[in-house]
Write a protein of this length. Structure first.
Length: 316
């Protein structure tokens, strides 16, 4: 790490002058370590991707995404496959990848941990989906991607209220969905079962996970998931029963979730999801908390595509 571009979102979470000063101190930590560091400020949706692409072309060997999940997701799109190292620093309502790597606290403390981090080749997820204009598109993801109620939750998040209320807004909207959403079913092509038979099953929610821990209340939602894995750990809800959703989430918070007939944990390198023929249900698709589009969807792993700065003895 010799030439670093630090891309940060000043409005991630609840903006304050103190947070701005913390970012500048983080840049100072890099410079005091003899590293050339230059900050770049995002100015709207998609600008993180553009700034990261400019930094790659300008020859920066490392890009640090300083913000929430959305900032990391945007920067990720431009660094996958380039060999440029990605570092993450939490600044915002939530940064699940930073939490998974044990990078918590102030931006300057997180940057100090990154000074001794090990550049590690990891796989990333990729989601192919249909946009609202009916065109095919794809995105990489580092944390998770989902189809169903989780994507609906992200679609309902108001950015201004999110800055004011933070996690409380997630709780409010999640409660509304649990009591009012119909949890419509769609089809998923799951890997072969123990009998060697491929399966097409009806599910109401699919979540493909790439991290050990989301941090916060959810913690380890999908046991066995890791950025180091060459597969996706997918939670498939084969039920529309609200009680099953609530009981699973409560168990996950207590780290006591179990899997069986109605909620299955699936390991696979790829999976496809499609709407039922003639279905008029609007099923949202999200990746790393960003609402992308709708079905049909293909989720897959791209092996060893990202150089990620992993702190020494990283633990969520």
């Amino acid at each position: 790490m010799r030439n670093v571009a630090l891309i940060y979102n000043p409005f991630s979470g609840q903006y304050s002058a103190r947070r701005e000063a913390a970012v500048q101190r983080a840049v100072g930590v890099l410079r005091n370590a003899g590293i050339k560091a230059e900050p770049f400020i995002t100015d709207g949706a998609g600008s993180g991707t553009r700034l990261a692409l400019d930094a790659v072309r300008a020859g920066f060997d490392t890009i640090i995404a300083c913000g929430g999940d959305g900032t990391v997701h945007e920067v990720l799109q431009s660094v996958v496959g380039t060999g440029v190292a990605l570092g993450v620093v939490p600044l915002g309502t939530a940064n699940a990848l930073a939490a998974d790597l044990g990078l918590i606290g102030s931006p300057e403390n997180a940057v100090r941990a990154l000074l001794n981090a090990v550049p590690t080749q990891v796989s990333v997820g990729r989601i192919q989906y249909r946009t609202s204009e009916g065109e095919s598109d794809s995105r990489y993801f580092a944390v998770a991607a989902g189809v169903g109620a989780d994507a609906l939750l992200m679609a309902r998040m108001d950015s201004r209220l999110k800055r004011r209320l933070g996690y409380l807004l997630y709780m409010i909207e999640a409660t509304k969905i649990l009591f009012t959403h119909g949890f419509p079913m769609f089809q998923a092509s799951l890997p072969a079962n123990a009998n060697g038979q491929a399966r097409v099953v009806d599910i109401s929610q699919l979540l493909a996970v790439r991290v050990r821990s989301f941090g916060g209340a959810l913690g380890r939602l999908a046991p066995g998931a890791s950025v180091r894995n060459g597969s996706l750990s997918m939670i498939a809800f084969k039920t529309r029963n609200r009680f099953q959703f609530v009981s699973f989430l409560m168990a996950a918070i207590a780290n006591r979730q179990t899997f069986g007939r109605d909620v299955e944990l699936v390991e696979a390198e790829s999976i496809e999801c499609n709407a039922h023929n003639g279905s008029r249900e609007q099923l949202f698709v999200e990746a790393d908390g960003e609402v992308l589009g709708m079905l049909p969807v293909k989720l897959e792993v791209v092996p060893h595509a990202l150089t990620l700065l992993v702190p020494l003895n990283a633990q969520p």
